[in-house]
Write a protein that binds this ligand. Structure first.
Ligand SMILES: [Zn+2]
Length: 316
């Protein structure tokens, strides 16, 4: 299996071949990406139909920003992970099944379940805690600048008049920018590569929609340290404040400029404490070049095998 070079720079903060265990080491990897929204999109809460927004205080002023919830990304990345494994292992049966009281169908014995967690049903002997942590992610452009109101109407077939089925949706416009941070706790290099593959390939948010929700991930940085160095909130607020004049006057500012602002912020933070840092690599593309078959087989034969043997030993 060919491991991309950048992985070596993170070795202090990745679990080594002989350390693989369900008992965590104090090793954190933070993967920072910038999402560029590609289409009119609605990022909703679980129950609501409305666009999610949050009012933040910026220099004493209240400003509302659209929010992309981490659990939305987690669900789409997990489905992508299932599809990657299924593509190279015909017998793989792990999947989401929604049932009364939650999700079932997760097998609790595959790389995806061991990385992103899985709860068994009532009476099951073990649950797996997720080692990938998500947050709420804030657009760097305020709501009033990057959202629009879309009205849909249904035309009556017979008399061709607009019926009562008139609905309005607030949508995020294309080219909005949303920085995201994924924190991975006590993972191996193979688990990190697998995770990056799911980020690279998960590009549509919202399982129910067949239009909108298209997002493009851009590699910003990866850090390794003994705790989580950065939060998505401070990252978004920093970029907004730094580029405030451009954002308020033009709102469509070049993606490159935002990427650079993010990189310099992350770099400063990492250098202040001596954290490991990857900043000049397109790590999403590089990780995705690793063979799916090799990676998945190795994950089953090494990580999964070790985790299952620990569980079996414990359960007797
Ligand atoms: Zn599974």
């Amino acid at each position: 299996m060919n491991i991309p070079n950048f992985i070596n720079l993170l070795s202090d903060w990745l679990v080594g071949e002989n350390e693989i265990s369900l008992l965590p080491r104090q090793k954190w990897i933070q993967v920072i990406v910038l999402y560029e929204v590609q289409d009119y999109s609605i990022f909703r809460t679980e129950s609501g139909e409305e666009l999610n927004t949050e009012e933040l205080i910026v220099d004493g002023e209240k400003i509302a920003f659209p929010v992309l919830l981490g659990r939305k990304l987690k669900a789409v990345q997990r489905r992508t992970g299932h599809a990657i494994i299924r593509s190279v292992r015909d017998e793989y049966a792990c999947k989401f099944e929604t049932a009364e009281g939650g999700v079932t169908g997760l097998c609790r014995k595959c790389p995806e379940c061991f990385l992103r967690g899985a709860a068994g049903g009532r009476g099951e002997e073990y649950n797996i805690q997720s080692r990938v942590f998500y947050s709420a992610y804030y657009a760097i452009e305020p709501e009033r600048l990057i959202t629009d109101l879309f009205t849909r109407n249904a035309i009556d077939d017979l008399v061709k008049v607009t019926g009562a089925a008139l609905t309005s949706n607030q949508v995020i416009k294309p080219q909005a920018h949303i920085p995201a941070i994924f924190s991975l706790y006590s993972v191996t290099e193979r688990e990190l590569i697998y995770f990056l593959k799911t980020v690279q390939r998960a590009r549509r948010v919202g399982a129910r929609v067949t239009e909108g929700g298209l997002i493009k991930p851009i590699s910003v940085a990866i850090t390794g340290y003994r705790y989580e160095l950065l939060s998505p909130l401070e990252l978004s607020l920093h970029v907004y404040k730094l580029l405030k004049n451009d954002i308020e006057n033009l709102w469509k500012i070049p993606t490159e400029k935002i990427v650079n602002a993010l990189k310099s912020f992350v770099k400063k933070r990492a250098e202040a404490v001596g954290a490991s840092l990857i900043i000049d690599k397109d790590f999403l593309t590089e990780a995705d070049k690793v063979s799916d078959l090799d990676l998945v087989e190795n994950l089953f034969q090494k990580e999964v095998k070790k985790y299952l043997s620990e569980i079996e030993e414990y359960l007797g």
